[in-house]
Design a protein around this ligand. Structure first.
Ligand SMILES: Cc1cc2nc3c(=O)[nH]c(=O)nc-3n(C[C@H](O)[C@H](O)[C@H](O)COP(=O)(O)OP(=O)(O)OC[C@H]3O[C@@H](n4cnc5c(N)ncnc54)[C@H](O)[C@@H]3O)c2cc1C
Ligand SMILES: *[C@@H]1O[C@H](CO)[C@@H](O)[C@H](O)[C@H]1NC(C)=O
Ligand SMILES: *[C@@H]1O[C@H](CO)[C@@H](O)[C@H](O)[C@H]1NC(C)=O
Ligand SMILES: *[C@@H]1O[C@H](CO)[C@@H](O)[C@H](O)[C@H]1NC(C)=O
Ligand SMILES: *[C@@H]1O[C@H](CO)[C@@H](O)[C@H](O)[C@H]1NC(C)=O
Ligand SMILES: *[C@@H]1O[C@H](CO)[C@@H](O)[C@H](O)[C@H]1NC(C)=O
Ligand SMILES: *[C@@H]1O[C@H](CO)[C@@H](O)[C@H](O)[C@H]1NC(C)=O
Ligand SMILES: *[C@@H]1O[C@H](CO)[C@@H](O)[C@H](O)[C@H]1NC(C)=O
Ligand SMILES: *[C@@H]1O[C@H](CO)[C@@H](O)[C@H](O)[C@H]1NC(C)=O
Ligand SMILES: *[C@@H]1O[C@H](CO)[C@@H](O)[C@H](O)[C@H]1NC(C)=O
Ligand SMILES: *[C@@H]1O[C@H](CO)[C@@H](O)[C@H](O)[C@H]1NC(C)=O
Length: 523
């Protein structure tokens, strides 16, 4: 008995040591050797392979760590980084990683909230699509072929160069990668008019675990592997759009009442309006005091003269005035919402320019709301937001409705359809010098999430997969088990989770492509 206990304790440690030894040395060298043999063009693959010996290993790795929580020295790093520049590089990497039992993490833009595209607790190879990013726009036929490593800013820019009244319904922030659209869909300023990005994909090029290059016809609607490129459907936008962002209210200016009213009104506004409500603490530079503010903002696909009568009729309490509104083109609106005002359109091509929006320390969560939250409950939310524990926190309500309501919930992996008034996005950010307190901030998000339980969707408590949150499983279940995956899977995908599991079981039954929140095959 004693011996058994002793060996049970020791065995994992020994195994760990053995594994890390072999993984750290021979596995990884075998992998490298395999790559150079396997690749038909060995000279070219060595140009895109980085080990820790390469002087640019760190800069390549750090280039798109968009959440600095995962830039610490104790974050596990890849053994090897591959930045494929041709399809055969992906094929060789998949072949050799399988052969030498290394996992793969795939990164396009690096914005995963939990860093899952570049962090793993097992020995792994990072496949970074930074060299796979061409954008080819065919304005006449209103389509674009875009490689998965392209950022949305570049896609918007290339489209606008051809025709300023064409657009793609992608995300707002210009450094987001296009790579992870099919499972996560992606929403942006055109969401209520044209649905998610994933709903505007016509075709795709993908590579599966057996290194087959597939398109939509050969793979079907759901897919597991690495996305190489998307064929996007472009949509028309008017030459003039209107932005309003100036309507802020403090508690003394009846902010709570307006937020309460917004809940009933926003989702019923015309599809051409995309209303958001941002709640935050305004830090006065003059007197250092913090004031709660609610910012009512929107993009409208039309002119000020068209917008004002709609808002005056539907939401008179907001008292939206002409001074709150600015007319511009669609592409200028992208510049505007990225806080790049007065910058040239070319800044949308800059993959490194991130602050103040991109590279930060943060933790986020999401919720869906189906019934208006009472003023009393809203006041509870506001008092938690203004809590000293989270000085740089903000909460965004994003209106649903529009086309979202008109698509059935079980036909695509985006199930958050009719019945949702809006989605909530909770975020807390902090600075480098404050990172020692990161747990305090993360705990703040968990407290506010617990507080909101009675007021948001239930069974399941829905969550948006693009706002990745590793907290939403359960502490009582084995984290690598299918039972655990079902908990977070239903929150992200509702009943469509079962369909995804079925497809995964067919095309990647051994679960080669995986991370902490990837769809598992049936056990
Ligand atoms: C500042 C900021 C603003 C955001 N704004 C929006 C928004 O407006 N709308 C919205 O919907 N979301 C938004 N998001 C969330 C964002 O869309 C998701 O984080 C999305 O997953 C980012 O894609 P990425 O390629 O940049 O991320 P990555 O971190 O590169 O990838 C995300 C996930 O997809 C996988 N993946 C990446 N590339 C591939 C590929 N080629 N093939 C297969 N799998 C791949 C990764 O392994 C990872 O699991 C925002 C995030 C941030 C940080
Ligand atoms: C290398 O090229 C040959 C001939 O073009 C082809 O048959 C083979 O499959 C290729 N190997 C890889 C790993 O792509
Ligand atoms: C990384 O280093 C190896 C060995 O020194 C070399 O063969 C390879 O070309 C380097 N990779 C890059 C991208 O410089
Ligand atoms: C990295 O460098 C060390 C020491 O210079 C060397 O022993 C090792 O073989 C190198 N590894 C690779 C993968 O090139
Ligand atoms: C990430 O960490 C590295 C190593 O500590 C550091 O040099 C780099 O500046 C960090 N990146 C950012 C954006 O803070
Ligand atoms: C630009 O796109 C619009 C659709 O928004 C189309 O009507 C128009 O003809 C296009 N203009 C050119 C010059 O192709
Ligand atoms: C707030 O609401 C009260 C009561 O409805 C009203 O009298 C007051 O004018 C409002 N204040 C503002 C700034 O709108
Ligand atoms: C601080 O200044 C802001 C405006 O910058 C003002 O709204 C607020 O009332 C001031 N607070 C105090 C305590 O003076
Ligand atoms: C990108 O943005 C950074 C930060 O503002 C700036 O230093 C750099 O010059 C820009 N690069 C280009 C090509 O504009
Ligand atoms: C707000 O201002 C206070 C006092 O100047 C400062 O300590 C704090 O860091 C600021 N918070 C933010 C989020 O800027
Ligand atoms: C958790 O589940 C996985 C997969 O089902 C299994 O391999 C592993 O042994 C389980 N771990 C524990 C501690 O039960």
């Amino acid at each position: 008995m004693k011996f058994l206990q002793f060996s049970m304790l020791l065995l994992p440690i020994l195994l760990d040591a053995l594994l890390s030894f072999s993984m750290g040395t021979s596995y990884h060298e075998d992998f490298l050797q395999c790559l150079s043999i396997r690749s038909n063009d060995s000279t070219s693959i060595s140009n895109v392979v980085y080990t820790r010996n390469n002087s640019s290993y760190s800069s390549v790795l750090e280039s798109t760590i968009r959440n600095l929580r995962f830039n610490s020295t104790d974050t596990p790093k890849p053994l090897v980084i591959v930045t494929p520049s041709r399809t055969s590089h992906f094929q060789a990497t998949i072949y050799c990683a399988r052969k030498h039992r290394l996992q793969i993490r795939t990164r396009s833009g690096g914005h995963d909230y939990e860093g899952l595209s570049y962090v793993a607790k097992v020995p792994f190879v990072l496949v970074d699509l930074v060299n796979f990013r061409s954008v080819d726009v065919d304005a006449e036929n209103r389509v674009a072929w875009v490689q998965a490593g392209a950022i949305v800013g570049e896609v918007y820019y290339r489209i606008a160069k051809k025709n300023r009244t064409l657009a793609f319904p992608g995300g707002v922030y210009y450094t987001i990668g296009l790579g992870s659209f099919i499972s996560s869909r992606g929403f942006g300023l055109l969401f209520r008019k044209y649905d998610t990005g994933g709903d505007n994909v016509i075709d795709a090029q993908l590579i599966d675990v057996n290194r087959r290059i597939l398109d939509r016809k050969s793979m079907g609607e759901d897919f597991f592997g690495i996305v190489l490129a998307w064929k996007l459907k472009l949509v028309p936008v008017p030459a003039t759009v209107t932005v309003f962002e100036a309507v802020t209210r403090t508690l003394e200016q009846n902010a709570t009442q307006l937020i309460f009213q917004w809940q009933n009104i926003a989702h019923q506004l015309p599809d051409e309006i995309n209303p958001d409500l941002i709640m935050f603490n305004f830090n006065s530079t003059q007197n250092g005091s913090r004031t709660f503010q609610a910012l009512f903002t929107s993009l409208f696909l039309g002119t000020i003269d068209e917008l004002l009568p709609i808002m005056q009729q539907r939401f008179p309490q907001l008292r939206l005035s002409r001074q709150d509104c600015t007319e511009m083109s669609w592409i200028e609106a992208i510049i505007y919402f990225n806080q790049l005002k007065n910058q040239p359109l070319e800044s949308l091509l800059n993959r490194t320019f991130l602050k103040p929006l991109g590279s930060q320390y943060y933790k986020s969560k999401s919720d869906y709301v189906k019934e208006p939250i009472s003023e009393t409950a809203l006041n509870g939310l506001i008092s938690r937001l203004t809590d000293e524990q989270a000085p740089s926190a903000y909460i965004i309500f994003m209106a649903y409705g529009g086309i979202i309501d008109r698509i059935p919930e079980d036909v695509t992996p985006f199930p958050h359809r009719a019945g949702n008034l809006y989605k909530i996005h909770y975020t807390v950010k902090w600075q480098e010098q404050d990172n020692v307190n990161s747990q305090r901030y993360i705990d703040w998000t968990r407290r506010i999430y617990r507080y909101m339980t009675p007021f948001v969707s239930k069974f399941p408590r829905e969550a948006y997969v693009n706002y990745r949150d590793l907290d939403i499983g359960s502490n009582n279940v084995n984290h690598t088990s299918y039972a655990h995956a079902r908990i977070w899977g239903r929150k992200y995908f509702k009943n469509y989770f079962d369909r995804l599991v079925q497809v995964k079981t067919e095309i990647d039954p051994k679960n080669f492509f995986r991370h902490e929140q990837s769809i598992p095959p049936f056990p």
